[in-house]
Design a protein around this ligand. Structure first.
Ligand SMILES: Cc1cc2nc3c(=O)[nH]c(=O)nc-3n(C[C@H](O)[C@H](O)[C@H](O)COP(=O)(O)OP(=O)(O)OC[C@H]3O[C@@H](n4cnc5c(N)ncnc54)[C@H](O)[C@@H]3O)c2cc1C
Length: 397
């Protein structure tokens, strides 16, 4: 099939393809959930109630599991995720196992994250359905320590030893990916710890990305400095002879970033408006796609226009949709209209599949709930698509 025929064939409003992997019960649950999180006061109230119930050890885990957890998570551990991974893979959609336990700050917790991330890498090595792995920097080190390293302040002897352990954890994960011929992405976090992460990931790329992109960094295009950073990173990679792997996202911490900038009186690192973020996101896609001989791309987005623009770029550069240098990526439980329609047309699609013990993934789930409340249009769109599919199935009976 010629690429341009394919481009016109993909219809993001095709809900039959989008929700093929979902039962009627799944759809009803999703409808109910998106309807609920659309109400900000309910989300606030629900957060308080769930946190309190978990603290008091009330038996609410089963309810969480049956509702919000099953919508946005694959399971409590890798084994538990297998049915979801296999089900999505039947429709060509791949998974990234994302260990999402958050808020744990002990050395034992950080080592546990490393051990579990290594398991996801090894699992991916023997399962075609899991082509990439990921980890969050604050899963392997203390936030306050990244912040101190980021600020350039000198570390105490103990802190230096602690930072060395964080570095060792990054190295262990990336070296394992290198050894088993896998790739691993590093998530991006708040701007006041990001430079420390960027520097470490660059060092790892110099060490491990000489033959292929083993490690990918994440760039948040809601920051006005990231397009230039992308260009500078490319120059650096070209100068030092390594592959630059990037996951491009818009960014998840906008409100927090703006509030801190006002509070501390520095220039807001976030773009002036949504249009500027959108424009830089698409410019970044364009930049990477013109340099695919030396770059690798994961486009982490739920935005229809950016997804369509990336399809156009693949066509413009005469690159097959199935070319493994480019992945489209969405979060499990969201934007199936993109994931499943793209996969049905032969594009590489990989969904983040968060997993972890119910209580420990709650911060992740609260973020999803808040995002679906605050991102204008996202919830409305999910609801409209789910409603359309429920109706279509009714009519088809
Ligand atoms: C696979 C995947 C991986 C991800 N990994 C990360 C990660 O590592 N780090 C991270 O921070 N996020 C990550 N995200 C979340 C991502 O950053 C976005 O928050 C989310 O995907 C919404 O953006 P969108 O591209 O889907 O598009 P849209 O829904 O069109 O855009 C919403 C986004 O636009 C930006 N925006 C909204 N209003 C404004 C405004 N007034 N001014 C400027 N910008 C604005 C914000 O970033 C907002 O989240 C990831 C998302 C996916 C799908």
């Amino acid at each position: 099939m010629r690429a341009n025929t394919r481009l016109f064939m993909v219809d993001f409003s095709n809900t039959e393809i989008a929700f093929k992997s979902k039962s009627d019960g799944d759809l009803r649950r999703a409808w109910f959930l998106f309807k609920t999180v659309a109400n900000p006061s309910f989300v606030e109230f629900g957060k308080g109630l769930v946190s309190l119930s978990l603290k008091l050890k009330l038996p609410v885990k089963w309810l969480i599991r049956k509702t919000v957890f099953n919508q946005f998570c694959g399971g409590v551990d890798i084994d538990d995720c297998k049915p979801v991974i296999n089900q999505m893979h039947q429709f060509g959609v791949m998974s990234i196992l994302d260990y999402s336990a958050e808020g744990n700050e002990s050395e034992a917790d950080f080592d546990k994250t490393v051990a579990i991330t290594l398991e996801t890498i090894r699992f991916g090595n023997v399962n075609k359905s899991v082509p990439l792995s990921v980890f969050k920097p604050t899963g392997v080190g203390r936030f306050a320590l990244y912040e101190k390293v980021n600020s350039g302040e000198p570390l105490s002897t103990d802190e230096q030893a602690e930072w060395d352990r964080v570095r060792d954890r990054f190295y262990k994960i990336v070296k394992t990916a290198y050894d088993v011929n896998a790739s691993v992405m590093v998530d991006a976090e708040e701007s006041w710890i990001q430079a420390a992460i960027d520097e470490l990931v660059r060092e790892l790329m110099m060490a491990y990305n000489k033959e292929r992109a083993v490690v990918y960094n994440t760039l948040q295009m809601y920051r006005w400095d990231r397009l230039q950073y992308l260009k500078d990173s490319f120059d650096h990679a070209a100068e030092h002879g390594y592959y630059l792997g990037v996951k491009l996202v818009r960014g998840a911490y906008m409100e927090k970033e703006r509030a801190r900038a006002v509070d501390k009186g520095y220039i807001d690192p976030i773009q002036l408006d949504k249009a500027a973020t959108d424009s830089d996101y698409n410019d970044a896609l364009d930049f990477v796609m013109a340099r695919l001989d030396k770059m690798r791309l994961v486009a982490g987005t739920h935005n229809d226009e950016s997804s369509r623009f990336l399809m156009q770029l693949l066509e413009k550069h005469n690159i097959a949709p199935s070319d493994r240098r480019v992945f489209f990526s969405q979060l499990f439980g969201m934007s199936d209209h993109l994931s499943f329609n793209l996969a049905a047309a032969g594009y590489n699609v990989v969904k983040y599949l968060p997993f972890g013990p119910v209580a420990e993934v709650m911060p992740y789930l609260f973020r999803r709930a808040e995002e679906n409340t605050s991102v204008a249009g996202q919830t409305g769109r999910e609801l409209a698509l789910i409603t359309k599919e429920i109706q279509r199935r009714r009519n088809a009976r």
